[in-house]
Design a protein around this ligand. Sequence first.
Ligand SMILES: Cc1ncc(COP(=O)(O)O)c(C=O)c1O
Length: 397
Amino acid sequence: MFERLKPVGMDPILALMAAFRADDRTNKIDLGVGVYQDDRGRTPVMASVKEAEAQLMALETTKAYQGIAGDPDYNQRILQLLFGADHSILDSGRIKTIQAPGGSGALRVGAEVIVRARPDAKLWVGVPTWPNHIPLLGSAGVNIEEYPYYNLNDHQIDVDAMMTTLAQVPAGDMVLLHGCCHNPTGADLSNEQWDQIADLALERGFIPFIDTAYQGLGDGLDEDAYGIRMMADRLPELVIASSCSKNFGLYRERTGSITFVTDTSEQADIVASQAMAVARQTYSMPPAHGALLVSLILGDQQLRANWETELTEVRTRIQSMRNLLADNIQQNAAGIDFSHIKQQKGMFSFLGLNTDQLDQLREDHGIYIVSSSRVNLAGINSGNIGYLSDSIVSVLG
Ligand SMILES: Cc1ncc(COP(=O)(O)O)c(C=O)c1O
């Protein structure tokens, strides 16, 4: 049965994590894996999540099956988080959400529904993008095309090239956009650029597919949802994959959702039935624990306030590490400008280092960075910033 199979190579990020674990230097630093760390280098359970877990322990009376769409309260509260409580789309009948196993599961369900709806539609994906986007969406059978997103030389979004390509996307195709905190570049669309893409979507007839995995880690919960809210106001159709892995720290609980905005309420019901059929034919039902926690937090004024305070701390800490790193390494023998790190948002930015410099950082300094030179700014803390900055400056000189 299995004799013809060849082994699949390890994901480069997971391979880097394994090498990091095997390194016995005490001053080693992992800037590879995309997980938030606090100033002590830990990825703690948020206090609001712990409190919700205590409540859930007392409240939960059954582990019986919950249903293909997951927890209805969770779905409702996620919609309010994404759109704000008063967005007109929420009462329009044109929107449906189902709970999904993480942002990845949400993307997958979205992709499978796209294939069912329009098998020859293409999904336009920015370059670069989260390395798992193309394998995850492409293996569902979606035809992938690429549009330019980021210019590595000036560390900015390549606006002209992006808009020129998007202006040629045919009607009925989809365009993948990052809701905020672009992974891997940290370069987010401005509100004006979101507006321009909405103009193009209306003009051309393409449909945005927004992946939002970091709401609240960029500028704030509402600010980070600008694109989603504006597009739901203006466009007839929209798909949104969202994740609670980062903003609730629920990585391993696989908590996400897939949302469809459709032209009519009849279509919304049909699309939801298709999404549930995809779920039924793959994982059947989403895991419950994380979604019940999110629902408890979002549904309780005090818990929600505590969670928002913790999320603000996460966002502020990342921004202060961005500022410190950029300032510390700005003076370097090569004269390289690192000010983009301060302006970018979320957990990631490209340093722009070459392979030799990255090898040197890993081999001589125990600093682990993926080969694209994408760094997780949340891996930096007050204890390692000095050593990290000195090490980077030394490989530049
Ligand atoms: C852009 C983007 N989308 C989706 C995901 C998937 O998130 P999850 O862990 O919830 O599957 C990630 C995770 O790193 C991500 O960076």
